[in-house]
Design a protein around this ligand. Sequence first.
Ligand code: 5AD
Ligand code: SF4
Length: 429
Amino acid sequence: MNEYDSLAMKSLLKREGYSSARSLEEADIVIFETCSVRQKAEDKVFGVLGRLAKKKRRQDKEYPILVVAGCMAERMKKDLIKRYPEVDLVIGPGHIHEIGDKIKDIVEKKRGQISVSGFKGTIDDIYNEGLYENFSGVKAYVTVVRGCTNYCSYCIVPYVRGPERSRKIEEVLTEVNELAKKGVKEITLLGQNINIYGRDLKGGKIDFLSLLKEVAKIPLIKRVRFLTTHPKDTDIELVELMKTQKKLMPYLHMPFQSGSDKILEKMKRGYTRDEFLEKIKEFRKVYPELSFSTDVIVGYPGETEEDFSLTKEVLEKVRFDGAYLFKYSDRSGTKAEDEMEKVPQTVIKRRHKELLELQNKITFESNKNFVGSTVKILIEGTNKTDKSSLSGRTEHNKVAAIQKQDNVNIGDIVSAEVVRASPHGLYCY
Ligand code: 5AD
Ligand code: SF4
């Protein structure tokens, strides 16, 4: 999502006559497109921003213009300006479309430091002609729902990205068509809780399944993926559609977050461990080739050793093809922040390591299961670790490499037999 917003800001500034700088040192404007989901991401920004602000202060210069955009801008608002007097603009995700005007105001010295935030009354459709002017690549991401209204107790997203807002289907299709003309073969539709696409749109006729069907109709688009589904809103109809519509890739990212009902309840996730496991079982029965990935949070406040082993058990039972394992991070303003029984960092670290080891083993085994089978790979480019080979992704989203061949080009979908697996991917040579 941040990549999409960065691309939008880039094209909006291009309209104002700006172009990309070759290095940080040469830049007249430095924009931080930030994430607030975990403290670690914010700390990285503080590091680089602090360094640039210090340099600007020391040299007593007006440039570079320092901009903080994205979720940290929305979360901290004026506090960022107070903390860093060298920051010129703090602009939340609901105001990205105003970036050009705000930069102009700063350059023309119409105003001092500027902070814009909030979602009310903003037109936050940041798609604009020229967004993909310089786009090249075989894969692209298109946001279809902005924000989220779920308020999971640990999550900052509803506060910093605002309530769920679906984009009109016509706009999404125009954008996908434009990307298809640019050579894109694979589209990933994005939404924090993408299942609910359309429920806030007038008329109420368009839902997520109809969106998927329409996107899949675009001839030049060969593969359609989507992120992220929520277990409480994902039904068998979606899986049935994935099974019948072959452009929909057999890969479902469905975060379960915790295997303990006590923790799931505290997290306000809206499902139980058994309901989640039942869904997986039902989906696999209908569509055995479907692969799953998930997100897990380790060390949510009040998580005991028993709760933790219940989470471990879900990983063992489901055997996800991949899992993103996160250490719980306290986010100011969320319900979880008020929970009293915080798990010590040392315990979180140990549990995280244990889960990582388990999941790495499972992922490797899942990779090994592909050895001997034929996979279809969308070729993305030269393999970074072995320049004599090409790499891409299989339908199940595994990284796969094949030997370079004269008749195989970037953007082709090729069939190849897997001869070897590593913990990170598949080899067809
Ligand atoms: N701490 C740790 N992980 C978090 N996530 C969201 N909020 C937090 C938090 N406060 C994780 C969830 C979500 C993923 C995108 O980030 O697992 O699915
Ligand atoms: Fe955050 Fe996802 Fe829950 Fe929305 S559904 S509040 S984005 S964890």
